[in-house]
Design a protein around this ligand. Structure first.
Ligand code: PLP
Length: 397
């Protein structure tokens, strides 16, 4: 058996590779430079240009570009009207922002468990956690796979809840042939560099609802507006504007929007490559009995953001920790997505109890994320697969 790098053997990768990486080409660079040479660094024409593009991509009526994905979730909770006493149901297997957003507005996050096969929020568990205080569901398309939109839509309609889709992972994914972004009441996107398209930092919310749109736009810029129809009286002159809500400065700059615009032009090629990489991984890992491959629902035509390996620990002589360390030593910057949100000290101090979502806690013990990004070559991918095989072979019972 080959000696693992963690025990002094030769690493599979001489130079470490990450689990995700942005892809920036000359067109991206030129787009940013053009803005720097223009009159508008912020509040300029690039914002509307990208918003239009996002509407075209998703089929949504409105898109609101915003500082980052976290601000987008905050805006969505604000537009929902979340306040003290209100509850928002979400998943624990997500980035903390999906749960923090309700807290920003004085509300409470309630965690529903995940489906053990798809890793997405389980609609049955959503139903179990609905009370008369529940106002919204933040459902995360984890790894890029669409949640069970049909059932979540039906549950939200039946209980009068706002359906917020956290699509930070799922730009370009389709559900039943329809693109994510046009299916929930509001859909949030993130353009952080590890996500499928990047703005450096950036986010967006799409919606078909005119009232929600108005609230989102106000929230992004201090609650201030120059739109006459939104004011309670005639403008006092050309300079006039009103503050009609309490918002923030959550604007994106035109440099970021220009980068994003150029990135969105590549979404289709990004998507094709990500799908191809996922197909190659699935094929390789479905032949390794110690590895559980994430299940895909037939409705989701997924543009995957993350590729997650789940290990059947009963078949191994070690835990996830040893596999993580061994893959790191082989030169692969593996990661873990995610630590269940309610297990963090901040949430524990708020009174959340361990054991609340057993499927989520069990998954967390058994996963690592391996490299998945547009510029990952087949050769590199084959080496990742080889490293995983090598590590599993060593720890096999
Ligand atoms: C990245 C991410 C966010 C937050 O996005 P930022 O742009 O980093 O603020 C929210 N939810 C999920 C699931 C994410 O992965």
């Amino acid at each position: 058996m080959e000696k693992l790098a963690v025990f002094g053997g030769t690493p599979v990768f001489e130079k470490k590779i990450g689990y995700g990486h942005q892809y920036i080409d000359d067109a991206d660079i030129q787009a940013v430079v053009n803005v720097l040479k223009s009159n508008y660094l912020t509040c300029g024409p690039k914002i509307e240009e990208v918003e239009k593009k996002l509407c075209e991509i998703t089929g949504a009526k409105h898109a609101v570009l915003i500082a980052n994905g976290t601000a987008a979730l905050h805006a969505a909770c604000f537009a929902t009207g979340i306040g003290p006493g209100d509850e928002v149901i979400t998943t624990p297997i997500t980035f903390a922002a999906s749960a923090n957003c309700a807290l920003y507005c004085g509300g409470k996050s309630v965690f529903a468990d995940i489906d053990p096969d798809t890793y997405n929020i389980d609609p049955d568990s959503i139903e179990k956690h609905i009370t008369d205080k529940t106002k919204a569901v933040v459902a995360v398309d984890f790894t890029g796979q669409a949640v069970d939109i049909k059932r979540i839509r039906e549950i939200c309609d039946r209980h009068g809840l706002i359906f917020i889709e956290d699509a930070a992972h799922s730009l370009g994914t389709k559900y039943d042939g329809k693109t994510v972004g046009s299916l929930a009441d509001m859909t949030e996107f993130s353009f952080h560099p590890v996500k499928t398209c990047t703005a450096g930092e950036g986010g967006a919310i799409t919606t078909d609802d005119d009232e929600l749109y108005k609230k989102l736009v106000l929230f992004r810029t201090h609650g201030i507006t120059r739109v006459q129809e939104w004011m309670d009286k005639e403008p006092e002159g050309g300079w006039y504007y009103q503050q009609i809500a309490l918002g923030y400065n959550y604007r994106m700059t035109d440099m970021q929007a220009a980068l994003l615009s150029s990135q969105l032009d590549k979404l289709d090629i990004f998507a094709v490559r990500r799908k191809e990489l996922v197909r190659r991984y699935d094929e390789a890992f479905s032949r390794i009995p110690e590895i559980v491959v994430q299940k895909e629902i037939p409705e989701s035509d997924t543009v995957r953001h993350l590729y997650i390996l789940q290990f059947d620990l009963d078949m191994l002589k070690c835990g996830r920790r040893e596999i993580y360390d061994a893959l790191q030593a082989e030169g692969i910057g593996v990661n873990v997505h995610y630590i269940p949100v309610y297990s963090f000290p901040y949430y524990q101090k708020l009174g959340y109890e361990m054991g609340a979502c057993p499927n989520a806690e069990r998954l967390y013990e058994r996963i690592v994320s391996i490299p998945l990004y547009y510029s990952l070559t087949n050769e590199q991918q084959d080496k990742v697969i080889e490293a995983v095989r090598k590590v599993i072979a060593y720890y096999r019972k």
